[in-house]
Design a protein around this ligand. Structure first.
Ligand SMILES: O=C(O)CCC(=O)c1ccccc1C(=O)O
Ligand SMILES: [Mg+2]
Length: 366
């Protein structure tokens, strides 16, 4: 995208932001704690120039999450610096956010939305230069609960059309998690893909016990079973024979170590890419292209974001060739949103918006 940053050199850019708070419809229980609200900043970048018809507008979203991004206060301070710096152009605005990943996510998304709208191209084709893509496969996200609750939630997701469920584990003991997966497999039958995400909860021994049981239950992916620091441990789990068939995914570990260290350690079959935590869809896209060359599978997920960031993540996924089911079906976890959702969910897929830019309208009603 940087090679085309020149495209708006002639524009006078202005950035404004406003805070929002989105409660979850029901709190999402994970081994790392409960998420009950997503609070962040909606941003709007407007470009004006004498020879431009009307105004060029783009939207972005910064939704910090403790443990994954900068704090809300640091995010706001970065947006404030960027709103001053953007008078000197987009590069100055990005320099002003430094290491504040959620703020950088918002600014790069708004700039990409603005630029893609100006050339009347859907965002995924603007960033990827690839073919038209109608839909991307998605998974249902199921929080940690009792075995009954888990099996019921997965059954309901399948009734709504999902054929892949990602289940949070690690908040209870390992035997209960195995029971949760046993009940869930019995409820959904053999054809539904089941993945689990432990959010760093386990010791190596707990991980091998669950991995062996999950292999018997045809679980496809075990995400971040061990603490982020444990690259060698994840590499050993990939070689653990009773777990054969279950891919090992790294999520938190990517933020701590980066791609090189993960590849060098042989720690992952799958990498989970969260644009909000990585600093933007541009960075997430670079990582996806890079790791696909190394035969590691990238998966895109949100951090339970509002409609602007969520739709940005859908465009990111649509720009990645052969992306497997992604964690993008998180709208229903929110009780409220920033605006109308342009992404329909249909039979386990997200329908990719084909309007220019992000395709999100009406989020900045004055
Ligand atoms: O991947 C999904 O299905 C939804 C996203 C998700 O699980 C998540 C949401 C917020 C914070 C962390 C995570 C995670 O993947 O660990
Ligand atoms: Mg995860």
């Amino acid at each position: 995208m940087t090679d085309r940053a020149d495209a708006d050199q002639e524009l006078e850019l202005a950035l404004v932001y406003r805070p929002f708070s989105l409660p979850l419809a029901s709190p999402l229980e994970t081994a790392a704690g409960t998420i009950d609200s997503r609070d962040g900043f909606l941003i709007r970048i407007v470009g004006t120039a004498p020879d431009v018809d009307g105004q060029a507008v783009g939207y972005g979203e910064a939704t910090p999450l403790a443990g994954w991004t900068e704090s809300r206060a640091d995010c706001e301070a970065a947006l404030e610096r960027a709103s001053d710096a953007i008078r000197d152009g987009p590069t100055a605005a990005l320099e002003a956010v430094e290491k504040q990943v959620a703020a950088r996510h918002a600014i790069t998304l708004a700039l990409a939305d603005l630029r893609a709208r100006r050339v009347a191209t859907p965002l995924y084709r603007y960033v990827g230069q690839g073919p038209m893509v109608g839909r991307v496969p998605v998974n249902a996200t199921i929080g940690d609960g009792t075995p009954e609750e888990t099996a019921r939630a997965a059954g309901e997701a399948v009734d709504r059309g999902f054929d892949c469920c990602k289940i949070k584990v690690g908040a209870r003991d390992v035997e209960t998690d195995i029971e949760r997966l046993r009940r869930t497999r019995a409820a959904v039958g053999p054809d539904v893909e089941l993945r689990v995400d432990a959010n760093e909860a386990w010791t190596y021994d707990e991980a091998t016990t669950s991995l062996a049981a999950f292999a018997d239950l045809d679980v496809s992916i075990l995400e971040q079973p061990l603490p982020a620091g444990a690259l060698e441990g994840h590499a050993a789990l990939r070689e653990f024979e009773p777990g054969e068939g279950v891919a090992i995914a790294i999520d938190e570990g990517l933020l701590e170590h980066g791609v090189d260290a993960i590849c060098e350690a042989g720690a992952a079959d799958v990498l989970v890419l969260k644009p909000m935590a990585l600093g933007g869809i541009d960075i997430a896209r670079q990582i996806a292209a890079w790791v696909q060359e190394l035969e590691i599978t990238p998966i895109v997920t949100t951090t339970i974001d509002g409609v602007v960031a969520r739709t940005g993540a859908v465009h990111l996924a649509a720009s990645i060739p052969n992306v497997p089911a992604c964690g993008l079906a998180t709208a229903s976890l929110l009780a409220d949103d920033l605006g109308r959702d342009p992404v329909l969910l249909e039979k386990g897929s997200a329908v990719v918006p084909q309007a220019k830019g992000l395709g999100v309208e009406g989020v900045w009603a004055e």
